[in-house]
Ligand binder design. Structure first.
Ligand code: SIN
Length: 515
């Protein structure tokens, strides 16, 4: 039976930051269902937020983070992360990571929605994710093996301890055990028809963790990014908020500035405010554009956005980019403590898959690469100090699935229904309809069988359905509007909900609990 010391599922920034900080005598296996170049991190156009400007302070960063998060953030954890941010940047620079700089050599700090200070560190303009991934990949040592096209479809758990994974490749189905299993699978953008996320981001970690008995928190908090490129009613990737940070404004087909008078930060208001304004304007029949005419050397400063527009025949010469909101990030996820431990011993979560509590109900721009860098390093430090040996594999199998329980829906139908019923505007009627539809697929039954006979595509659909169900149930429970969760039947933020979290755990009731 093959064994490792640490298994990491996923291969984005959080995964690689963990892998490179694990000590050299640790045998680390990274499973990625596609390959390292196909995750979300590589496409991150934002940067890394850190209070390093002369006028800035981690506490000012904290105030912006909690305001954007609508005060649902875990205060202590958030403050600790933001205090560690300057050190993370310093460490990257010392390792040779190149940040964009001003002519005088100081770091060129950008601004994005919800920030009252310029504090976003970029590399290569809108290519920070790509550059950071390249940097981290270069630092991976010989003790780390990255296995491409390995799809983890089940976590092995006995007596509430996670001790291994079952995975599939094109040729085999196998088991790998380890005392530490880390989920770094990202979020679930592909559950929606409009998304900035890579095609691989299908909520796998959420479904795996939930089925393994881990606690999930606040799966209703989903962030819609205001500006995805909109061509013929379809979205085609992100137009970074840094474009607005450089002065671009949102206008309708007549040139009217739609953010005027909506929020003191105008076009750089927190994302939920901007996305909801665009949504309302679109409902009224308007078409929305980013007016970029005031940005000099746009193509040079935003090479990724420029390439995206060119690929979709959008000319930048007139200075208008058609945009619409789309699913971007989930603030909720697998509950973890400050180290990354979940409620199941031996199982950890990092990056977007984790709910550390730092994002509250709405993530502040460019705080997510930061979260991945801070918490993964911490987890590595903790694992490096442990001296545990794993539990031997018992070889227990679930019953074989001989006949399909029911047909699974096409992915596009799920994406459409999530947009309609669990999208930017929700209400009890739509959420109940969605819950009923999702439950018609008998997910508990599917997951009680051995999934090895299904294709990876079929298992992914099951993961998407399970994640959609978790999100729908949470969204139904939260009878208020806060951050990324807007209920038209409960349109106000309610004080008594501020510190409440919706916690879900398999076989327990979904009653909201007060933490
Ligand atoms: C963006 O560049 O607009 C996205 C950055 C982020 O989501 O933090």
């Amino acid at each position: 039976m093959e064994r490792a010391d640490v298994i990491i599922v996923g291969s984005g920034v959080a995964a690689l930051q963990l892998a490179r900080h694990l000590s050299e005598d640790t045998n680390v296996i990274v499973f990625t269902k596609s390959d390292v170049s196909n995750g979300n991190s590589r496409y991150a156009q934002g940067g890394i937020a850190a209070a390093i400007g002369e006028e800035d302070h981690p506490f000012a960063h904290y105030l912006d983070t909690t305001e954007a998060g609508r005060y649902a953030n875990h205060s202590q954890t958030t403050l600790e992360m933001l205090r560690e941010a300057p050190g993370i940047i310093q460490e990257l620079i010392e390792e040779g990571f190149t940040c964009d700089r001003n002519q005088d050599g100081t770091i060129d700090l950008g601004r994005e929605g919800g920030h009252h200070q310029n504090r976003i560190v970029h590399s290569g303009g809108d290519q920070t994710g790509k550059r950071l991934m390249e940097h981290l990949q270069q630092q991976i040592r010989a003790n780390v093996e990255i296995r491409d096209h390995h799809f983890v479809y089940e976590l092995l758990v006995e007596n509430e301890v996670c001790y291994g994974v079952r995975y599939k490749t094109e040729y085999e189905t196998a088991v790998l055990t380890a005392p530490h299993i880390v989920l770094s699978t990202g979020g679930c953008g592909q559950l929606y028809a409009s998304t900035s996320n890579a095609p691989t981001i299908t909520g796998d970690g959420f479904a795996l963790a939930y089925e393994a008995g881990a606690e999930m928190t606040d799966m209703e908090f989903v962030q819609f990014h205001p500006t995805l490129l909109n061509v013929n009613g379809k979205t085609h990737g992100l137009v970074t908020e840094a474009v607005r940070g450089e002065g671009a404004v949102l206008v309708d087909e007549k040139g009217r500035r739609i953010m005027d008078g909506v929020h003191p930060l105008g076009d750089l208001a927190p994302r939920n405010v901007v996305a909801n304004t665009i949504y309302t304007e679109r409902e009224k029949g308007h078409t929305l554009y980013l007016d970029i005419r005031m940005i000099p050397q746009f193509e040079e400063r935003f090479p990724t956005v420029t390439a995206l527009c060119h690929r979709h025949d959008i000319s930048l010469s007139e200075g208008f980019i058609p945009v619409t909101p789309g699913c971007h990030f989930i603030m909720g996820g697998i509950t973890t403590d400050k180290i990354g431990r979940t409620s199941v011993t031996g199982l950890y979560a990092i990056g977007e898959a984790a709910c550390t509590g730092v994002h509250g109900a709405n993530r502040l721009a460019s705080n997510s690469l930061l979260e991945g860098m801070v918490f993964s390093k911490r987890l590595a430090g903790w694992i490096n100090e442990q001296k545990v040996s794993g539990i031997p594999y018992t070889g227990k199998n679930k019953p074989l699935l001989l006949d399909p329980i029911c047909d699974l829906p096409p992915r596009s139908l799920l994406q459409q229904k999530m947009m309609e019923n669990v999208g930017m505007v929700r209400d009890a009627k739509a959420l109940k309809k969605q819950k009923g539809w999702l439950e018609s697929f008998h997910l508990d039954q599917w997951f009680s069988f051995d999934l090895s006979l299904l294709t990876s595509k079929q298992v992914t659909t099951l993961f998407m359905l399970r994640t959609a169900w978790l999100m729908t149930v949470s969204a139904l429970e939260r009878e208020e509007s806060r951050g990324g969760h807007y209920r038209s039947d409960f349109p106000n933020e309610e004080t008594e909900w501020q510190q409440k979290q919706i916690v879900q755990e398999k076989r327990k009731s979904n009653e909201p609990i007060h933490l």
